[in-house]
Design a protein around this ligand. Sequence first.
Ligand SMILES: [Zn+2]
Ligand SMILES: [Zn+2]
Length: 252
Amino acid sequence: MKCNNSGKERVPDFLTKTGEFLLDLIYPRRCPVCDDALPFRGHLICTTCAEKLVPVREPRCRKCGRMLSFDTDEYCRDCVTVSHTFDRCISAFVYNDPMQESVFRFKYGNRREYVQFFAQAISEMYKNEIMDLKAEALIPVPLHKNRQEKRGFNQAEILAFKLSDMLGIPVRNDLLIRVKDTEPQKMLSREERRKNLKKAFQLSLCDVKLKRVIVIDDIYTTGSTLDEIAFLLKGAGVREVYGLTLCSGTPL
Ligand SMILES: [Zn+2]
Ligand SMILES: [Zn+2]
């Protein structure tokens, strides 16, 4: 018998559809906002829930990508006072209550499936803007190995891989290591965050050989994580370091 490894043989459509139908029965896809089972695979979010998420629209901060309240402003109140090491960040959604709950379940409730909706929404809203950055790689913010073992996955990494499938930009998750198991940043001030992250990451290569990269993370708060990573990458020869985050909170 001839072995065919070309990968060109396609599974007939009706089998895929039956497979998806069975998968729906066993593991129904859940809405990232209300967490209810969705009727069938074509839907990634309930129609009513989609309205609860707020995409980041203009006017946006030219540095961190956060939504601004006034048309006349160019930067948010953080970015007028803080000088960032990263070049610019794109953030897809406002970190409002429904988004906060969604991200919480995504990370701590093992709702990895939400990533399909998150990546698709980011790609639909910002594909052109992301492609204009001409990045050679997507770099997910790494978790410390203890935390990754406990959680079972890295949310930034699965988001990066899903975006990579949609945008055709490769993922490089081999460049950065998180060497410090940092305290959760939620309750920390800007200065405490900066200290907490000092020497939290290391590069696994001295010469990164990439000119433009996009760092992927779930939430943008003060930009300390992005700055710390941009500092390392720029020290290893990367010229432009951008950020792409699922959501952004209001300035601290
Ligand atoms: Zn819903
Ligand atoms: Zn800003």
